[in-house]
Structures are given as structure tokens and as C-alpha cells.
Design a protein around this ligand. Sequence first.
Ligand SMILES: [Fe+2]
Length: 663
Amino acid sequence: MSMPERTIYQEFAGRQVLGRLDPTRSRGCFCIDLCHGLSRSSRAPVTAILGISAFYHDSAAALVVDGKIVAAAQEERFSRKKHDAGFPTQAAAYCLTEGGLRPEQLDYVVFYDKPLTKFDRLLETYLAYAPAGFQSFRLAMPVWLKDKLHLRRTLRQHLAGATRARLIFTDHHESHAASAFFPSPFARAAFLTLDGVGEWSTASFGTGDGNRLEMLRHLRFPHSLGLLYSAFTYYCGFKVNSGEYKLMGLAPYGQPVFLERILSHLLDLRPDGSFRLNLDYFNYCQGLTMTSKKFHQLFGGPPRQPEAMLEQRHMDLAASIQQATEEIVLRMAREVQRQTQMPNLVMAGGVALNCVANGRLLREGPFDQLWIQPAAGDAGGALGAALFVWHQLLDKPRVPVERDGQQGSFLGPRHATAAVTRFLAGTGAPYELLENEADLLTRVAQLIAHGKIVGWFHGRMEFGPRALGARSILGDARHPGLQAAMNLKIKFRESFRPFAPSVLRERAGEYFGLQADQESPYMMVVAPLLENHRVALTPADRETLVTASDLRERVNIVRSTLPAITHIDFSARVQTVDEPRHGRFYRLLKTFEQLTGCPVLVNTSFNIRGEPIVCTPEDAYRCFLATDMDALVLEDCLLLKEHMNPTAIQDARQTHLAQFQPD
Ligand SMILES: [Fe+2]
């Protein structure tokens, strides 16, 4: 197979044939109960695999039993520390509880990357820049010496009871690739993983076929699309590894006036999407910052301070790096298709969370269908690692599931109505129990249609960064003032970003420019709002839209019949909602549609700025009291703010808001 001229992709030397484990070492002696959980009955033996990702950001645990995803959750939801990077002790404990397992019943514990290879990269990079990188090397050492270099010991300590489990370390990009392909609905597909960096790889592609992944090419550190995007995130004053969404949301306000400068100075981009960064402009190899003085000179000044005013230059930078990213992703995808000849693509890695690029890839790229792991960042590595052991290393067959194997990504804890009522009894809060679902949904739909903002807590918590209808705050997308109210009074965040819409799957095509039959159940693609839902602007509005220094003024201009979810460029991060995946949430949307004719709701994550998405009824109740949310639905229980004790509200607000640092 010929390669394009001057490619920078590298082959995986000797890695195409990946090793297998001896399955006889998997001494399964438990079986899946027909309802749930595992029991010691004498039915067929099962194999329980716990995947772990930790010590970078967004630690997580995932449990796979006989190839089925039983549970997966991020540690931040339990520890209440956003992007918690510590060992996922509570997430792992939850996964075991969900599976009805004790630690000693685990057959395999698998870590999502190879710490020694990573350390090798750290050392080599330090030596290449020594003594310039000493300060960052010194700061990195304690955590390496304490946890990462002795990961076997660390894992054994944290999972003390897992005495019979074999410990396995998968490659970082293998974990991402496995998280993308194995749960996907495709029997065969190409994969593309894109992130900051794993061990050495920053991107990889290959094929998935049945139960096998084959790695074809990769890009090596320090040439990284994720780190390039993060450099601009840092330079524009947002936090690396969490503020990338803000940069993406800022892009529609700008013009890509710096695109040529990026392409001609920062990187040498090849026709096949591979590239080499000019490291004179970056500082992440040797320093404590992402960008160098030369970068600052090129783009007209020092990095923006986090809470400083956003200038047009920052918006133009955001637009420019967004467009560069899309160009790279499109070129890579074309190369992946050329090399693999596959009709469908699966993706994972932090860059796969760039839903604007994903939307363009769907519309303009060479693939018929796209499936992206909802927990595309490192949290999803825990799930990928566990599935990798089952299919790739143990050579267990894989039968693709009709929609996909991700189960709507509702893989976290649930709290049934009985647990909710016990909790509410302890608070003394007044509530209404609506055990007839139709009555509950009618009440909630009526509240939303009257402009109320409703906290919605139902079923198993989502795995991944998006709220998908289990831990969501909902509102009426048609309401002109809703966006500003939600931003300022509920989320306490910068308000230049609109909210995301959830739309009935069967009516999505009437509102959004999704390709025929394309669904977006995990909110991973952006699509344009169709022309017939846009409204004509007055000359004054047009002026405000491009000149107002306060971006809230711009985003609050009513530009469509669904103003709360329409971005400045008419784009929207769409979630399509279907009954098999979304159950009661689908039926709520349907009830709202029957009441109003509108099949769309605003859906934002159930948290305030800086807080992880709520996990338990307690978390949800505290967040409800601390904000101006009008109503709270906890399973079958409905609480109204107007019935709450004002003193309790005041106390909760002070305590809750003081607890979280704005991110
Ligand atoms: Fe990663």
C-alpha cells in the first residue's frame, strides 16, 4: 500500500500482531444472574474485568463481565472534585457493587496505559531539553515516585481484596481504540484516536474487524493535535484539559484570520493529515506553560489572564485554531479511509470531543457513518482497556449490538424512588409523589412550558462528560430569556455559550441539518439549525451581533424560534432522543411535544460551574436549593422551590457555592 509523499505517520513496529492471554488463567467460577449481578450458582463460568484509568485527569473505573458492560463511572462524581485524577476508589467500589462482585472475584484488573513507557517518554524529553526542563521534571517526580512507577503496588493497595486478579497494562491508544470500536454498532470499521499524548502516541489509526483491532499508523509526541489545541486553550486564558469546550464555543464569534499564520509557522501539515509542530513556539516539553515567547510574539501579546476581558483577538484565535483542527481531522480521516477502505469510522481520545469538527467530518468526510465513544477522553480508557482484554487478549467473540453496546451511556449508579423518599424524609422537604408516570411527565412538561427550569434526576447516571437525560437541567428552548437565566442563575458561568438541545429522534431532521437517518444520542456532533427556524434580524441586532463587547449581549439576541439552543452561527450540539435508549426522558419530550407542538428541550448538565455533575439525590437536592432552579424531579418525586424553606435555601446557597472553584 503506497503512502503519500513525506508522511509523518509512523508504523507500529512489530505491533500489528498484538499478544493474547492464556484464557485458562481466567478461573471464572461465578455466573450472571438472569436479573442482574453475579451469583455463586453453577451456571456457566464468567470472567470479570475491572478497567481503571487514573493519575492524569478524569479517573474512572469500568466493569465488563463476559464482554457485557456492567458499569462505568468517573471518580469525580463520587469525590465531588471536578476532573479528579486520583485513584478511582469509589468508582471501582461502585462498579463492583453494581456487578454484585467482591474484589476477590475479579479475574483481571487492567490499567489503561503503560506507566513505564510513559516514564521513558518523560525521561527522554527531559534529557533532550536538559537542563531547561528541570523545573517541570522536578514537579512531575513526586507523583511518579509515589504512585505511577509502582503501579502494580498501587493497584494492589487500592484493590486489596483483588488477590486472584491478573494485572494487565494496555497501551493508551489501544484503550482509546477499543473504547471506540468494541461498543460501536459496526462489525467492521476504521478507527481514529486523537488526544494530547499517551505513552508516545498522540494519534493512531487502524481497523477493527470482529473482535480484533489492528493498529496501522500513529503520530508520535511531541507532534500532537490535542496539545496544539490545548496550547490555544491556555493562551486564550482557559484551563487546559477542561477549557477546550469554551474555546470551541468562542470560535463562532471570531474570524479565522490567524489560520494562515498557524499553518505556516506552527506546523508542517502534510496532505495526509500528519504533521510536525515547530517546537520553537511551544513550551510543554521543557516548561510549565504550553506556549513560548515566540508564540506570544506571533499572536500579538502575552496569554490572556483567566478572568480578563475576552477581546476580538481571542475570538479570532479560537476561530483559527478550530478551523485548523477541522482541516487536520478531515485530512486524517481521508487518509484513514484511503488506507483502510472501510465505510464507517469510530473515534475516541480527547480531540474526539470536538463536536464541531465531528459535525464537519460527518458532512464533508469520506465515511458513511461515524460512532464516537461518549467518554472519549481518558475516562473512557478504563472501559476500552477492559473490553480490550476481553476481545483482543482473551480472543472472545464479539457480536455488534443493533444500536450500539454503550446502553445510552447510562452506566452509573441509580437511586430508586424508595431511596429518594427515605432521603427526602430526612430533610423534611415537602414533595409530591407521582407514581403514575404519565401524571409526573404532564406536570413536568407543564412546568417547562411555563418557562420554569427543572432539575431532572432519573435512572442510571451518565458515563462521560455530557448529561444525556439522567442528570440534566431542562428548560423550554423557545423561551427568549431562558439562556441568560440559566447561565447566570443556575450555572453561574460565562454566558457566551448556548445550551444544547435534546430533540425527539424522529423529528430531529425537521430542525437540524443532520444527514439522512443520522442520529446523535450522545451529543457528539454539532449540526446547523435549519433555515426555516431562523428569524430575520433588525439592523440594530445585526450591529450588536458583531460589535458588542459583552458577548452575552450577542448570544442573547433572538436569532431563531429556539433561541436558547442556537449559537451565533446557528449551530447546535444536538442530542437525538429515542425510546429504546432514553426511556422516560424520551417520554418526557413526547409529552412536551404533545402539549406544545415542540419536540425540543434545552438540556444542560445538572451542576453549577466548577461542580461535577450530580450523582446522588443529596447532590441534586443541594444543587437545587443553591440555585434558582424552579423544580426538582428525583425519580417519582417532585419538589417545587416555592414550597421550600427560605432559610434552608439561603444556607444551602452559601455552603454549596463556597464549595466549588469556578473552572
Ligand atoms: Fe488519552
